[in-house]
Design a protein around this ligand. Structure first.
Ligand SMILES: [Zn+2]
Length: 149
């Protein structure tokens, strides 16, 4: 955690081996997750076995998410931890309860007063450094400018 790699001012994610297909799909602007063929449960974060039933990696398959979900929890950050984040503060992060049944931690794009638990959100994709990342828009609200000037 102490060796953070920045590209164009953005901290780059550390791609663990189990999650490499997730990061590769994002580069094609596709949001993916794992599902267990043995118990049918969505699996996230990426695993090398099913945390629900213990099935091995052969039972886990990558599926494409609809990119839709609802806000499960959130927090608004008033001071960014790096210049790139400070440039877009205040911004909101939180857990999205995805329609496929898993929880994804991400940025939620919207005025802080518009973000509410249970409200629908939809993924968009943003280039941040070398990596394309999912950021969620509040459905029905005008998006804010979430790219630094
Ligand atoms: Zn399972």
């Amino acid at each position: 955690m102490s060796d953070i790699h920045y590209v164009d001012g953005w901290p780059q994610p550390y791609a663990q081996l189990d999650a490499e297909p997730y990061w590769a799909a994002l580069q094609e602007r596709r949001l993916t997750y794992q599902r267990c063929k043995a118990c049918s449960q969505a699996v996230w974060p990426a695993h090398s076995f099913c945390p629900h039933c213990g099935a091995d990696a052969n039972q886990l398959e990558w599926q494409e998410s609809s990119g839709r979900g609802t806000v499960y929890s959130y927090s608004t950050v008033m001071r960014g931890p790096a210049p790139s984040w400070a440039a877009i503060a205040p911004y909101t992060v939180g857990f999205i309860h995805m329609d496929e049944g898993y929880y994804l931690f991400s940025q939620i794009n919207g005025k802080p007063e518009d973000v509410q638990i249970g409200k629908p959100v939809r993924a968009q994709f943003l280039q941040r450094g070398k990596q394309i990342l999912p950021v969620f828009d509040m459905v029905g609200f005008k998006p804010m400018n979430i790219q630094p000037e």
